[in-house]
Design a protein around this ligand. Structure first.
Ligand code: NAP
Length: 340
């Protein structure tokens, strides 16, 4: 199956891999960027496909401008763009408003253009947070509790955006089929020195920025497999309302460091921590480093994500997380993001 699909946020880590896979399957791609002047030439160079198969449109999540043109002629939309940052914004609305308004804008223009399938890149952040157990497993039936004071602006933005999308589709979507993909932390090779905030933990570990690995962890999934799940969600009939967790296994930071050590050369891995940070050292780091304070509530938590629904319904699987971690680390070194 191939037609014309709009992929929003074409400059992004996940969107880039998705565009690559969709082009390989014969789809015609429309993609949005915030600035054509900054991004169009690089996208054409990366995909080698200017003109008929790849068209670039300027559209911001916060403005109607460009969205009608971007959707014209599309039967499918993968709405990937959303604010991400390594820094916690002072005002949570800097993330929440573009995530929610951008998703609703993308939905409205998609429906007006006659789009039949809309796949939103949501997140495990919309599923797994605002809980106080030390170890638990989440499924697609769970939702993040945005009223919990420990929930980050990013997790709120993804939860509120997905809920708003589902409410809008139920009330006004008509025949538009909505599906969400909810990945855990996405790793895998980066294509350039311009990378997603999600690869930050690998960068921190390889560059020796932390003397010991903080006692935190995350589920890991490969960007190539997340893109593949999006393709399946675009192409498989009868998925209206579906929600799919995209996840491999949960890894503590020390396990990630060990995976990098096993897969990279000795000089590449020489700055990796080999021990977990004791609680007293974590407390000192929190006193002196604002970013570290933001992970305070993550210390000691183990959050498993059950991805069996995507496997059962779509035959989807992700590769071993060690491969995603090592490929990510190697590519960060190759692109000069990490100096060793
Ligand atoms: P990324 O590389 O930072 O890409 C984010 C994209 O969103 C960029 O293309 C960015 O455009 C665009 N964007 C941000 N704010 C925008 C705005 N106001 N208007 C228009 N475009 C805007 O991040 P990614 O990792 O690929 O993430 C893509 C999606 O996956 C997001 O929805 C994210 O929440 C979701 N997700 C990611 C992960 C992960 O671990 N990476 C996990 C779960 C879910 P610019 O280039 O102009 O900034």
């Amino acid at each position: 199956m191939a037609g014309t699909v709009l992929v929003t946020g074409g400059t992004g880590y996940i969107a880039g891999e998705l565009i690559k896979q969709l082009l390989a399957k014969g789809w015609t791609i429309h993609t949005t960027v915030r600035s054509k002047a900054k991004s169009e030439a690089a996208l054409f160079e990366r995909f080698g496909q200017p003109g008929e198969k790849l068209k670039v449109f300027e559209a911001d999540l916060m403005s109607d401008s460009g969205w009608a043109e971007a959707n014209a002629g599309c039967s499918h939309v993968a709405h990937v763009a959303s604010p991400l940052s390594t820094k916690t914004p002072k005002d949570e609305n800097e993330m929440i408003v573009p995530a929610r308004e951008g998703t609703l804008r993308a939905l409205r223009f998609a429906k007006a253009a006659g789009v039949t399938r809309f796949v939103q890149t949501s997140s495990i952040a919309a599923i797994a947070y605002g809980r106080h157990e030390r170890e638990y497993t989440v499924t697609e039936a769970d939702w993040t509790n945005v009223d919990d004071p420990d929930v980050t602006p990013y997790a709120k933005s993804k939860t509120i955006a997905e809920r708003a999308a589902r409410d809008w589709v139920a009330a006004e979507g008509g025949d538009l089929e909505f599906v969400s993909v909810n990945p855990v932390l996405v790793l895998g090779p980066v294509d350039s020195a311009d990378f997603s905030p999600s690869v930050q933990p690998i960068k921190l570990l390889l560059s020796g920025s932390v003397p010991r690995a903080p006692d935190i962890g995350f589920g890991v999934v490969d960007t190539r497999d997340v893109a593949d799940l999006h393709v399946r969600c675009l192409e498989t009939p009868g998925l209206a309302g579906e929600r799919f967790i995209a996840a491999g296994k949960f890894m503590k930071m020390i396990d990630v460091a060990d995976a990098l050590r096993s897969g990279l050369s000795a000089p590449q891995s020489r700055k990796l921590p080999s021990k977990t940070m004791p609680a007293w050292m974590a407390s000192v780091f929190m006193l002196i480093n604002a970013e570290f304070r933001s992970i305070k509530n993550e210390i000691g938590k183990v959050r498993h994500s059950d991805a069996s629904h995507a496997e059962k319904v779509l035959g989807w699987k992700t590769r071993p997380v060690e491969e995603s971690i090592v490929d990510c680390g190697r590519s960060l070194i190759e692109h000069g993001v990490v100096k060793i």
